[in-house]
Write a protein of this length. Sequence first.
Length: 162
Amino acid sequence: MNSIIEIVSLIILGIILFFTLRKQKREEDKYFGKDVPLSKMEIKTLEKYKTEYIEIEQDTRLPTFDKDDFELVDISKSATEMIYDNPIPTEIEKNRVETNDYVKLKFLDQDQEVERMWVKVLEKNGRIFKGLLKNDSYSTDDLKVDKEIWFHSNHIFEIENK
């Protein structure tokens, strides 16, 4: 009886080790830029974001390269094309963002460099927000603490409710 338990334990341990090593190899391949086929769950996640995506309407308050020398990354759009390591906020979570909450946005400069920075929400008007930048940029002098930023809920990468 003991030998059967030992054999079953070794088999279970072997299965766990196999799947752990396979997952680790996949993560290493992704990290080093190798083409890794999407899992069923990743495909399902991309499809979910594609069905939920609402395009950003034109609004002159939103930053553009021509006017501001930077743009904001449409996180909701990029989530339809790639898998993020951490889940991005859902539409429900973004709808709950209120004044004094902090949101993280991805800023894209003229050199196509992306920088993530926190913004304190000052106003909310539907899907458009006004906020204050809460840190300085490392890559450009155009983005300094307390700079007023207009953004869309699609730009929200992370939320910290107060």
